[in-house]
Design a protein around this ligand. Sequence first.
Ligand SMILES: [Zn+2]
Length: 475
Amino acid sequence: MSADQISRRGFLGTGAAAGAGLLWTSAMGGCALPVGGRVVTPHSAESGKAKNIIFLVADGMNTGTWTLADYWLQKQQNKRTEWVNLYAEQLVQRSLMETCSANSLVTDSAAAGSSWSCGQRINNGAINFDPDGNSLVTIHDRIKKSGRSTGLVTTTRMTHATPASFASSVSSRGMEDEIALQYLNNGVDVLLGGGARHFSAQTRKDGEDLFGKYKASGYQVLQTRNELLAPTRQSSDKILGTFWQTHLPYSIDWNQQPKIAQRVPKLSEMMRVALKSLDRNPNGFLLQVEGGRVDHAGHGNDPGAIVHDQLAFDECIKVALEFSQENPETLVVVTTDHGCGGCQLNGVGASYVDTDSTFYEGIGAIRASYEYLKNQHKTLPREEFRDLVEELIQLSLTDAQIDTLDEHKDGLYEVSNYLRKWHDPFKRTGVNFTSSNHTGEFVELSSWGPGSGLLNAWIKNTDVNQVMRKVLELS
Ligand SMILES: [Zn+2]
């Protein structure tokens, strides 16, 4: 597909939809906004050879999650998500993917990512390690052997399961200090995300200074958004950027808190930097980009957090589209590894007529994740915390409730869980969850570019490995 086959006219510009008078109004209801506005040629299945692969993962994304994000974007910005536009304009191959692991119908991210990376289903909890204790060959190692570069970009800790599954091999996903070391030894070229704690001598269990080791191996080591985006930053083939001790903050908190936005880059910003660096290799590259906190918001049953992290991920589809238009020898895959939480918008009121107002007003009123409030509870004086919760999620805490939170101050999730229970997001937004666990449905996988025609309408997660190896002509 070449750039001149696609005209990215804005919806409110001179695009076909606008010309047809299909402008959205609030009276048209939630899903009335027409899609598209670009002129495209029909998709044709392609099965050629690729130079590059861009692999985008919205971790733990139920289709319901994507739907919420799309409705919210329509309301806020009068446009649809990039992912919807891809489908509407027939730009892409569309597959349904079965996500099982070796020992469960419901996978975790470690086994799911490994199925793409090594081409085998393994047990939940392991990364490219079979049940007999054998280490399996990763897609990263095959790519490097072909002379290409590799990059991992994520909103989670750099060493979390999905990025780790592309480029490391461990018996347990919890071995994050070891994974950080393997990235260096395996030669991953670009690493951008959270999780500084697994690279720092102060927080690693073995006390090793991995930042120093990466520097000594020629990596540019970055820790702030300013450093990453500074026009004066030297371009580099090797970059390690870790912008938070653990997972990066949720996008909803990035949007609301200037202090977070000063320090932490957006996922799409990290992706652009990674592409620029990786594209310096004339042999090509594999870039994996993960919207990892979509999954965490699913586990946390947090509708505000889930909408905004899904939208932050969606921006990356646009970046991939732009890159692939200029570099048509690029296979792009957009998918998720499994569902999480069973996130859905539910009908509200008699004949569901209160659904739209409940959803739009409810989501609009949420201005913080439960996780952010939990972290604030650790440090803020009692009355300040009470005011903050009232201001950001319109929840009036009683003295007894604050006492309960204080009792659970040191717990990992208790404070967030209590806040969610008292906030009652289902009542306020219409969004509800089936559990705090991963779910086992077939998931969406979209692809375009050379080799996308090899991804059939129904695939297993392991099939993706076969296609990547074939189109890149890997061993
Ligand atoms: Zn998960």
